[in-house]
Design a binder for this molecule. Sequence first.
Ligand SMILES: [Fe+2]
Length: 379
Amino acid sequence: MPRLPGRVRDPLLFSKCYATSLGGTGHPTTSRRLLLFSTTTPSKLPPFSPRGTFKTPPPSGNNNKTASTKPFIATVLFSLAAASVGAVVYFRPGIGRDNIRAKMSNKLVPANPDDVMVIRDVTPNVVTFSVPFLRFGKIPIGGRGTLVRLSNNSLAVFSPVALTPSARARVSSLGSGQVSYIVATDIEHHIFVSEWARAFPDAKIIGPEGLPEKRAKVTNDDRIGHEPFSVVFTKENKRNLKIDEAFDADFEYEYVDAHPNKELVFYYKPDKVLIEADLMFNLPAIEQYSKVPEAEKPHGSLLGRVFQAMNSTEGEAKGIKRFLWYAMSRGDRAGFNESVRRIDGWDFETIVPCHGETIVGNGKEVFKKVFEWHLEGHN
Ligand SMILES: [Fe+2]
């Protein structure tokens, strides 16, 4: 039986608060708009149904009477902090909205990207470019682009980051040295598409629906051009869309349209590597800050610590499981689950996320843990 986060009377209210790893385990009910926690152990709870309700009513008389004041207050405080982070993440400008701020790319680019970029050969055919990145200027989540050599020696870049001289040299030394595919892996990871497209004008640009329109509205940022997209994934075409013979020979892909950021997830079959952007973080971002001088590294703010707790895969990974369940997948749980199950069907061993540490060797194991509730088929 999966362990769903709990003691929450209303998952909708809970999702707005993105609460937390402090509430113990248990199961949500859908009865009232009231946030409650208790100390009842999961073993005393009835089975959880796919519709998010108890198959039988929870044991009477134990909902609050056993809860002490201290954990309740701690939970409320933590929930408020989590809600602050979550609200900013979920409702930030640019996510499915038309609010494109002027010169937004300036805030996303390190002043000295070549000095702080870590270039790593994850496998013989997969190279990552990792850089520091502060979300909202406060939360160190890092950024990562991925370069892949296809079987025909052409190259594909995913979630491109700055094309620094060092990155350019690494591209030139891999395969044909020519990038044939530039992939914006969601509606956020597109800032450097134009920089790579100018260097490789024959490359196909690939992205999710909504991104071409979003970029077209940006008229005051030289970094963001208006290059046409060759392939655009939509909810309607996702099951039939093909990129081309060479790409499709090496990759499986899934458009997670149920995710708020419209995620594109790719599986590079020859090296068993999963490439994704925001579907799953793996904080803290150690590699991405490894070349930043100690004195310049961000120190943990409350906001940063809360966000990290919600995006760590360590241990039982309760925070990230709840974040994905109650926040990221709440809009279309069935569609999200279907995408997760398809991805789980791929035989990957390594996960390359855009934020946080790359997971080498035990990627499938971590994936199954983080998405346990989705794979169990609950809605
Ligand atoms: Fe991201």
